[in-house]
Design a protein around this ligand. Structure first.
Ligand SMILES: [Zn+2]
Length: 276
């Protein structure tokens, strides 16, 4: 049993100069591959259920899947709700056995974001669960624009809400399919100078790998969310498996062939976050 909270994995990462991957899951096949990759690399992993995952599979089912994988794993595994938009989303996740919840109030006015995040962090902590909040707004490729995190607002948000991790907007964008972006390191330095809370980068797929490694080792960024990059690896492996034999119809036989390629792609992602 190696089910742990977000705080359990991020505080050592902050202290020892590495980052932990928050891997966006969509189903059993990718969850299982992510845990196998973390075991092979000997590092902790955060399994995340975001909005599109929850649209497909109910939270109580996802909680049971995450916990089953954690119980059999040789490395620490966090069962994390990604982008909970309401207190009710977070409450259901806590009741479903998640050990960490992200409340995303980043579209709301600052005072409202702080007030709601504070209440949800208190609810989570009372249940022994960690809480991540977001300050500033991380936009979406081809969609909403970002609003960069103001360091003073970040300091206030961290102080007043009591969150265990804080997602920031520093040039990162969700759903990027290339790595041309790059993060604003001056803004990161300004934020980490005014708070002790571990920082989180959503949209990690769009960050160049060299910058991921440098920031994992030399900044307060302790969690990079990776979704698109591994969804693309899974999609390619699945397409290849489907096309390999047009007569095959059993999906378990087809899905089995996604495992090894996804483990390999995930191991590459995890290696970049390790300490020197
Ligand atoms: Zn996100």
């Amino acid at each position: 049993m190696t089910l742990v909270t977000l705080k359990d994995v991020l505080q050592p990462a902050l202290r020892d100069g590495y980052a932990v991957a928050g891997l966006v899951t969509l189903g059993w096949e990718d969850m299982r591959a992510y845990v196998a990759a973390a075991e092979a690399e000997g590092c902790p992993v955060i399994l995340q259920a975001g909005p599109s995952c929850r649209e497909h599979t109910p939270l109580p089912v996802l909680g049971a899947m995450f916990r089953n994988l954690a119980e059999g794993a040789s490395v620490p595994v966090v069962a994390h709700l990604d982008h909970g938009y309401t207190a009710e989303d977070c409450r259901i996740a806590i009741d479903s056995g998640f050990t960490s919840v992200m409340f995303d109030g980043s579209r709301k006015p600052l005072a409202e974001n702080i007030e709601e995040t504070t209440a949800i962090a208190a609810m989570a902590h009372a249940a022994g669960v960690s809480c991540e909040g977001e300050i500033g707004f991380v936009g979406y490729s081809g969609g909403e624009n970002s609003a960069g995190t103001d360091p003073e607002e970040a300091a206030r948000f961290a102080r007043e809400t009591g969150v265990d991790a804080m997602a920031i907007s520093v040039g990162n964008v969700h759903l990027q399919q290339d790595k041309q972006g790059g993060l604003d390191e001056a803004r990161i330095r300004a934020i980490e100078a005014v708070t002790e809370v571990p920082l989180v980068i959503h949209g990690g797929s769009g960050v160049p790998v060299a910058q991921r490694s440098a920031l994992a080792r030399g900044s307060a960024i302790c969690k990079f969310n990776i979704g698109t990059e591994l969804r693309m690896a899974f999609g390619q492996a699945l397409r290849k498996a489907v096309d390999r034999d047009p007569n095959r119809f059993d999906r378990v036989q087809i899905l089995k062939e996604t495992h090894d390629p996804l483990v390999a792609a995930t191991r590459t992602v995890l290696r970049a976050f390790k300490s020197v």
